[in-house]
Design a protein around this ligand. Structure first.
Ligand SMILES: C[S@@+](CC[C@H](N)C(=O)[O-])C[C@H]1O[C@@H](n2cnc3c(N)ncnc32)[C@H](O)[C@@H]1O
Length: 262
């Protein structure tokens, strides 16, 4: 097929890939001089398969994260939430990264807070395996289900925790996203908040007086969750925006749950 960088970049650009030159460099690096391998990588990319599945990795902040085929590809716009989660996580605190995918956010917390305990969960076996391969203590299961069972047996000593969950609305997704990535990564109910509401309702049952919760969301989801946050007793609620002013998440302090922390 095409093996010189300029022709490959032109091919990718003509096929609609915006970062054609960067992608060319990635594909050439991944093929490591093997023309047959390069052909197969190019053919896969031309189908629209995510580049990270083809190369097996992606940069997230200053980290390199392994991404296996079938696992949600971490997006750069989640990096700000990960950085904010680091700021909210005490040095020896405990963090639970729900819906962890490849474990990119958990890995960020681990690398910036090495003395903290970071655990993660995902409902997708491939995601859990991938997060584990990135060094994350990841469990297979629905949201907090694994941690509820574990915390009954042995309560975390730290009272501080930080949680993250990403669940964007489907409206903001591109065509390739639907063609390749699992619907589980996007299906948040009719207004995208079903999972977020469950996280807000269940979080106080995990012992964590004074802990923080961070939810990645977008559109009008912050407004849709306001009543839940108030009813469940969350305080210090703030909306996180990106540099273009778009809503990217919310952050709040958890209510102390006396009924579950006896
Ligand atoms: C949009 S991806 C986000 C992954 C990761 N947080 C990131 O930003 O790279 C959402 C992830 O949530 C997982 N998921 C969906 N429903 C879940 C549930 N009920 N419990 C745990 N994980 C779930 C999906 O398998 C998917 O890996």
């Amino acid at each position: 097929m095409v093996h010189d960088p300029a022709t490959l970049a032109a091919l990718l650009s003509g096929a609609g890939f915006i970062a054609a030159e960067e992608e060319t460099a990635e594909l050439l690096k991944c093929a490591a001089g093997d023309a047959q391998v390069l052909d197969s990588l190019i053919a896969r990319r031309l189908t629209g398969e995510p580049l990270a599945w083809i190369t097996g990795r992606i940069s997230f902040g200053d980290l390199e994260i392994r991404v296996d085929p079938g696992v949600y590809v971490p997006r750069w716009h989640s990096e700000a939430l990960a950085r904010r989660a680091v700021e909210r996580l005490p040095r020896n605190g405990i963090a639970v990264d729900l819906c962890t995918g490849s474990g990119a956010i958990a890995r960020t917390l681990m690398s910036k807070r090495p003395a903290a305990r970071v655990v993660a969960s995902d409902i997708e076996p491939r995601a859990v395996a991938c997060a584990r391969s990135n060094g994350v203590e990841a469990y297979l299961g629905d949201l907090f289900s694994q941690f509820r069972a574990r915390s009954r047996a042995r309560r975390p000593r730290s009272s501080a925790s930080c949680r993250t969950c990403r669940h964007p609305t489907c409206r903001s997704c591109r065509r390739d996203t639907f063609a390749f990535e699992s619907p589980l990564a996007y299906d948040g109910g009719h207004d995208g908040t079903a999972i977020l509401r469950r996280v807000l309702a269940d979080a106080p049952a995990i012992p964590s007086a004074g802990g923080a919760i961070l939810l990645e969301l977008g559109g009008g989801q912050d407004r849709a969750l306001r009543a839940d946050l108030a009813r469940l007793g969350y305080s210090d609620v703030s909306v996180l925006h990106d540099e273009e002013g778009d809503v990217r998440g919310i952050e709040a302090t958890l209510a102390y749950s006396a009924t579950t922390d006896s």
